[in-house]
Design a protein around this ligand. Structure first.
Ligand SMILES: *[C@@H]1O[C@H](CO)[C@@H](O)[C@H](O)[C@H]1NC(C)=O
Ligand SMILES: *[C@@H]1O[C@H](CO)[C@@H](O)[C@H](O)[C@H]1NC(C)=O
Ligand SMILES: *[C@@H]1O[C@H](CO)[C@@H](O)[C@H](O)[C@H]1NC(C)=O
Ligand SMILES: *[C@@H]1O[C@H](CO)[C@@H](O)[C@H](O)[C@H]1NC(C)=O
Ligand SMILES: *[C@@H]1O[C@H](CO)[C@@H](O)[C@H](O)[C@H]1NC(C)=O
Ligand SMILES: *[C@@H]1O[C@H](CO)[C@@H](O)[C@H](O)[C@H]1NC(C)=O
Ligand SMILES: *[C@@H]1O[C@H](CO)[C@@H](O)[C@H](O)[C@H]1NC(C)=O
Ligand SMILES: *[C@@H]1O[C@H](CO)[C@@H](O)[C@H](O)[C@H]1NC(C)=O
Ligand SMILES: *[C@@H]1O[C@H](CO)[C@@H](O)[C@H](O)[C@H]1NC(C)=O
Ligand SMILES: *[C@@H]1O[C@H](CO)[C@@H](O)[C@H](O)[C@H]1NC(C)=O
Ligand SMILES: *[C@@H]1O[C@H](CO)[C@@H](O)[C@H](O)[C@H]1NC(C)=O
Ligand SMILES: *[C@@H]1O[C@H](CO)[C@@H](O)[C@H](O)[C@H]1NC(C)=O
Length: 816
């Protein structure tokens, strides 16, 4: 684009106006809060609902316990009908593994008389009355006790506002032994390992810490320092302790679980001591006659009580309105205004809700914890809650790269710093601990994607390369996770001892051989991409290893009249011939393929689609096979929570299949990619509580939808973007800090099921474009303009080269 100066002037002028647009009004913070069974969380998004800023360390929301447990999911804390057990500051969003966090908490009560037992949530938990309401940065509910709870948050602190009924007693329970439990199993449930609480002399302030261990990645105790304050001094403040009888974490349990313990009041402070006694405090106000609003500001820190207090004091006033307004302004400024579409009266409000809600949910985790690393001293930034790279690498990091370049650079520096101090990049990380690795070491893909698109800043790529090279070369220490006796789930690649000598992951020596082979292939391609710039002599080695999936390709494997699949292969070279290509069983840790069948994984070779097409018998056979996976009632698996309602082999609700609908671009039949992917988006995404088809996975599903609406799809680990078809006629995206990519869709006419969304022609920066893809430099560095001419004709408009296969190689699999 040569008219940069003019464009910049324009952009600045328009930005001034757009800064005032309140995009947050379009966000529906409940999308994904419910699953297919109305009124229950099961199979839904597992999203967080509450007050938070983008990537905030604090995500303040309800913790609930929903029954029956087989229709529940406590991961985000909030459930549609669960009883409130506490209100806590730390949460994940969208995660499908074991719950994590749900601490430190408060709980407002109108009585503490028997049968209420402060150590037994079942005696005081609360149903809610009416509908909860939530807006960006703000949450409100009413408990059956009559207490109205309003919540908002800053980056490291939360503001609780409790309005008590009149007349009523007024108490607030601070329970440092509260956390989100796993309702059905103990091995990866969190458990409490101790804490300490101290009520300050004026009784308005309490300080201390709580430590909660285990949970999803089986991490060590997470210690959080707490500093809470009430706006009106309580008349009574009593610390208490009690025996730890939680059924999980029995090594720390100080008593058997035969009796429910009662609290012992201990004055102004309570300490767990060596056997992890439970500690907390109860604050009471004597004015029972009048309706009273009590507010509480709570700061947290992983470093010290002093920091927790400083956050509370510096980040929060006592005004819930001001706090919510500040959070909302931050979301508008730093997230929503990065993608600007027409929001006037004539705009389609459903689409605005889908777009801005999707952006919201993809900015809740990871958690930005700069200055909050309790593990080592470093000048590098620190982040946590990468839950998980397996979800994020597919396309979410690529969108952060464009619209959050500062945060994204910070994340990458933090990942590399983890490698430097702990030895490995995380594939997942939460509670300051690496894990769980689902397949490959997918941080490799993340780093490569950033590297090839030119992200530099203060990232030390020498170290970045050393980090991915270690993943490629060094077998990680075996962490003895009970679900996988074969290798580490903590970090790295547990099957390198197969992968390096054999060139594939064998099915007899390793779990998840099919999916690991596919993932390791892309991982090594990613390593080769960084090697090309940092250590060119290594490039070919990793490029050669990235063809491992071909060594696991069984040309004679047949299913549904198609031949040739990535199959489980034994160390002796033979294939597992009776393996069921359309059914991976539980598709879990100990199976031969993880969360996807061999049928699906055979399409997941983004770096060498060219060879994949050859191995599937050439373009005609490939197209037939691709058509087939979108036909209803073809799936052979019960997808469970990873794809409720989906009956096709392609499971757009789960990450491995995210790119598959777009593969028609590689046949120069882009119109079919557009048709398929739009169909999937309109069939499975809605502005409704059950509006996403499964766990949102840290926002990965939401981000898939954002790309769909932009009319683009990034090919991860490469600088290539596929051209699809936008859902808005004019979109301005702020890329590379302050540049503008404008995407226009002339002739878009797709309302009320009309079909005017097929691409007729494309121009980029004023030039007619004959390829259905472009590269990062074309419009993402200096900005630029993509103009789609749309219409209802299913047109093969592209005459140029198909998208590249930069990892192309040919291993003889006996196919020719
Ligand atoms: C949960 O269990 C109840 C019986 O306790 C059953 O009626 C219900 O269908 C189950 N729900 C799911 C999602 O399996
Ligand atoms: C509440 O009590 C039940 C029963 O003791 C327990 O299973 C659960 O972990 C407790 N805590 C929460 C936050 O639900
Ligand atoms: C109570 O004491 C703390 C310091 O310990 C102080 O920060 C706070 O402002 C005091 N609150 C009131 C209401 O005096
Ligand atoms: C508040 O009530 C408690 C318990 O009844 C009593 O001990 C205390 O003196 C009261 N405080 C005030 C300021 O009235
Ligand atoms: C204590 O908890 C364990 C584990 O949940 C359970 O197996 C055992 O029956 C419980 N004991 C009693 C006395 O409730
Ligand atoms: C209750 O409110 C009334 C009217 O505002 C006031 O006169 C009274 O002092 C209040 N009572 C208490 C206990 O604060
Ligand atoms: C509440 O109101 C009753 C009746 O008016 C009065 O006797 C009592 O002292 C009041 N309590 C407080 C704490 O103000
Ligand atoms: C996008 O930016 C252009 C150029 O500044 C402006 O004319 C147009 O109105 C903007 N469109 C939207 C939807 O913001
Ligand atoms: C990058 O890291 C390497 C290895 O730790 C170090 O030698 C080098 O000085 C670093 N580069 C910069 C610019 O800090
Ligand atoms: C190869 O290994 C598999 C799995 O251990 C075994 O079932 C098969 O018999 C072996 N085949 C040959 C030819 O050794
Ligand atoms: C594979 O699983 C599908 C779905 O469960 C089943 O219908 C089919 O019979 C199985 N195929 C073989 C070869 O076992
Ligand atoms: C608005 O967008 C939704 C979602 O894409 C679509 O279903 C609906 O038809 C659109 N409405 C109009 C009037 O264009």
């Amino acid at each position: 684009m040569k008219t940069t100066l003019l464009a910049l002037v324009f952009a600045l002028g328009v930005r001034g106006d757009d800064a005032d647009v309140d995009y947050a009004q379009f966000v529906n913070p409940f999308i994904g809060s419910e699953g297919a069974i109305a009124g229950y969380a099961y199979g839904g998004g597992d999203i967080f609902v509450g007050g938070a800023v983008p990537f905030g360390m604090v995500k303040l929301g309800l913790d609930t316990y929903e029954l029956p447990v087989n229709q529940s999911a406590l991961n985000g804390g909030w459930t549609p009908q669960g009883r409130v057990t506490g209100i806590s500051l730390m949460h994940e969003s969208g995660t499908g593994g074991g719950p994590k966090y749900g601490f430190p908490s408060q709980m407002p009560l109108v009585t503490i008389d028997s049968p209420v037992n402060l150590l037994d949530n079942l005696t005081y938990w609360q149903k809610r009355v009416g509908q909860d309401s939530a807006r960006v940065g703000y949450f409100k509910t009413r408990l059956e006790s009559g207490i109205t709870v309003e919540l908002s948050a800053s980056r490291h602190a939360g503001l609780h506002q409790y309005t008590y009924p009149s007349p009523s007693e007024k108490h607030i329970l601070v329970d440092f032994s509260h956390y989100l439990p796993h309702p059905t199993r103990s091995w990866d449930s969190q458990f409490y390992t101790g804490g300490e609480i101290e009520v300050q002399p004026n009784s308005s302030t309490y300080t201390g810490y709580t430590s909660i261990a285990n949970g999803w990645c089986l991490g060590p105790p997470v210690t959080v320092y707490v500093c809470g304050e009430f706006n009106s001094p309580p008349d009574q403040a009593r610390a208490f302790k009690g025996k730890n009888t939680f059924p999980v974490g029995r090594h720390f349990r100080s008593f058997d679980n035969a009796t429910t313990p009662e609290p012992t009041f201990t004055g102004t402070n309570a300490r767990s001591g060596p056997v992890a006694d439970r500690v907390g405090a109860i604050f009471s106000w004597n004015d029972t006659n009048n309706s009273t609003t009590i507010r509480s500001r709570v700061g947290i820190s992983f470093m010290s009580v002093e920091k927790a207090c400083a956050y509370k004091n510096e980040e929060l006033s006592w005004s819930i309105e001001d706090t919510a307004a500040a959070a909302r302004a931050e979301w508008n400024r730093d997230v929503f205004s990065k993608i600007r579409v027409d929001t006037s009266q004539k705009a389609n409000k459903t689409r605005l809700a889908l777009l801005y809600s999707s952006l919201y949910f993809m900015h809740l985790i990871p958690s930005e914890r700069v200055g909050e690393n309790p593990l080592w001293e470093s000048d590098e930034p620190y982040w946590d809650d990468f839950y998980t790279m397996w979800d994020l690498f597919r396309n979410q990091v690529s969108l952060w790269h464009l619209i959050q370049p500062s945060y994204y650079e910070s994340m990458i520096r933090s990942l590399i710093d983890m490698f430097k101090h702990e030895g490995f990049l995380p594939d997942g990380r939460s509670g300051n601990y690496n894990g769980l690795v689902q397949g490959g070491s997918n941080a490799d893909n993340v780093l490569a994607d950033a590297f090839v698109k030119g992200l530099r800043g203060a990232i030390n790529w020498t170290e970045g390369y050393a980090a991915v090279k270690k993943n490629a070369e060094v077998l990680p220490f075996f962490d003895q996770n009970p679900v996988d006796p074969q290798g580490s789930l903590k970090e790295g690649r547990s099957a390198l001892d197969d992968w390096i000598p054999l060139g594939y992951v064998s099915a007899d020596r390793n779990s998840r051989a099919v999916s690991k082979t596919v993932e390791y292939s892309l991982n090594d391609f990613a390593v080769s991409q960084i090697a090309a710039g940092i250590s060119p002599g290594d490039r070919d080695l990793y490029l050669q290893r990235s063809s491992g999936w071909q060594r696991s390709w069984d040309t004679s494997a047949t299913a549904r009249n198609f031949s040739g699949f990535v199959m489980p292969r034994f160390a002796n070279g033979t294939f597992h011939k009776t393996y069921n290509i359309t059914n991976c069983g539980d598709c879990n840790w100990s199976d031969e393929s993880y969360e996807g069948t061999a049928f699906e994984y055979s399409f997941v070779i983004p770096h060498d689609i060219e060879r994949m097409i050859e191995l599937m018998g050439g373009t005609a056979h490939f197209e037939q096979r691709l058509d087939y996976v979108f036909q209803p009632n073809t799936s052979g698996v019960d997808l469970g929570v990873n794809g409720l309602g989906i009956t096709t082999i392609n499971n757009v609700a789960n990450e491995p299949d995210f790119q598959t609908p777009y593969l028609y671009n590689y046949l120069n039949k882009q119109w079919k990619s557009v048709e398929r992917s739009r169909q999937l988006a309109t069939d499975f995404y809605f502005n409704a509580s059950n509006g996403i088809p499964g766990n949102s996975d840290a926002g990965a599903l939401n981000c898939w939808l954002v790309w769909q609406m932009l009319g683009l799809y990034p090919v991860v680990t490469t600088p290539v973007y596929l051209l699809e078809s936008p859902w808005f006629d004019d979109i301005n995206v702020t890329v590379n800090h302050d540049k503008t990519l404008r995407i226009r869709a002339l002739g878009l006419d797709d309302g009320d099921a009309r079909q005017g969304f097929y691409v007729q022609n494309v121009s980029i920066n004023g030039q007619t474009w004959n390829r259905n893809w472009f590269e990062h430099e074309d419009v993402m560095v200096d900005g630029g303009e993509i103009i789609f001419g749309l219409g209802s004709e299913k047109r093969v408009w592209e005459t140029g080269h198909v998208p590249p296969s930069p990892g192309h190689s040919v291993v003889d699999v006996g196919d020719s």
